[in-house]
Design a protein. Structure first.
Length: 382
């Protein structure tokens, strides 16, 4: 370790707290270091430079060949922004290979961004696991879709199974959570936001849908994205990263779930009247773009008409509807936060939760979606 003004204080800290540090070293969990490094978006070489060891040493720590010295733990903790106990084993840990998750826009998503997204999913699983020890979550309630079913048929099966009445699907986010699906809004970095918009997996036991809030410019985008990920969960037990056919099928599922052909087709105009599509979209909770796509999918208009409609739509401000997610009560995910509130009322506080997970309280607040500003909090609508 290189000399620095802080080193004497660090040495005093290490000496005073050596039994605690030794206990963490003895139970050091290599995967925890990897997870923390990936979430911090650091390479092994970058972390090694910050810590004052070689990249090979970091590799040995992560592979379990060697354990870090006690004096390195406080440095790792500070650089990666996690408590020292974070590196200890002895608590549940979900392991998710990024290849087992469905990613939207995968072709433009870097491997490091997919790895970070998978690490987020692992932590959401850990958070869910800790809360489920104290609070009973809704049972996972998804239908079995026959192998080879079309996306449209699968969507019809889900509407029937969940008892969705004719017409628009109200409060899709809350409906998914009430059926045991964990839905989360997790920010990514500015650099990654254009690459990871949403992903889903059921490889950790409970279906998980994670959406990047920076990509959700409107409630309509959020609803379609949720429906898209539902399509993956029902149709694609074996994710094929980057597979265009699976992405196309998920889009077709989402379109049929939100705007069933038998119901929406009679309501759609026979020409591209954007004002009519705008009004219809507001009624059904979908974007104008989605309805334009639907008209083409149902062969109601020509490709030329579709292209011109998109040009008109993006060339005028009259129909740009970036209505925020907060404008639709029942769409903002609240399952985890509600569970934490229930646990708190029964004596298990967020501080207790952070201590059990070995997270910072700020990290727990971010994962739960606790409001960090003065906006009014919306209650879940069933």
């Amino acid at each position: 370790m290189t000399d620095s003004p802080d080193q004497p204080q660090l040495e005093l800290f290490v000496n005073a707290d050596r039994p605690r540090l030794s206990a963490v070293v003895d139970s050091f969990e290599p995967a925890r270091l990897t997870q923390a490094r990936v979430l911090a978006e650091m390479t092994k070489a970058e972390l090694a430079e910050q810590v004052g060891v070689s990249a090979a040493a970091i590799g040995q720590y992560e592979s379990g060949v060697n354990r870090p010295r006690t004096d390195l733990l406080p440095v790792l903790s500070k650089v990666l922004g996690v408590p020292i106990e974070y590196f200890a084993s002895g608590r549940p840990m979900g392991r998710l290979d990024a290849a087992n998750a469905h990613f939207r826009s995968l072709r433009s998503t870097r491997a490091k961004d997919r790895a970070k997204a998978a690490a987020h999913a692992e932590q959401i699983w850990e958070l869910t696991c800790a809360l489920e020890k104290r609070v009973r979550f809704p049972d996972v309630d998804l239908p079995t879709v026959a192998e080879g079913s079309s996306p449209e048929a699968a969507a019809q099966v889900l509407r029937s199974y969940w008892g969705i009445q004719r017409g628009p699907v109200p409060h899709l986010g809350a409906l998914m959570e009430s059926r045991g699906i964990v839905v989360c809004l997790i920010p990514m970095t500015d650099d990654a936001v254009t690459r990871v918009s949403a992903y889903s997996t059921d490889m950790l036991g409970r279906p998980l849908v994670v959406i990047t809030p920076e990509k959700v410019r409107s409630v309509y985008t959020f609803r379609f994205t949720c429906a898209h990920e539902l399509g993956h969960l029902l149709l694609h037990a074996n994710p094929l990263p980057g597979d265009r056919q699976q992405e196309r099928e998920a889009d077709q599922f989402a379109a049929e779930l939100l705007t069933p052909r038998a119901e929406i087709e009679p309501l759609l105009p026979r020409t591209m009247r954007l004002a009519a599509l705008d009004e219809l979209g507001r009624q059904w909770g979908v974007s104008i773009e989605s309805l334009i796509y639907r008209m083409g999918e149902l062969n109601l208009v020509t490709e030329t008409s579709i292209r011109r409609a998109h040009q008109r739509l993006h060339g005028t401000a009259d129909f740009r509807r970036d209505e925020p997610l907060t404008s639709y009560p029942g769409e903002i995910p609240t399952l985890l936060r509600d569970a934490a509130d229930v646990a708190d009322r029964h004596g298990f506080s967020r501080t207790d939760l952070a201590n059990e997970l070995c997270w910072t309280e700020r990290h727990v607040a971010d994962a739960l979606g606790d409001d960090a500003d003065s906006r009014p909090r919306l209650s879940i609508v069933r």
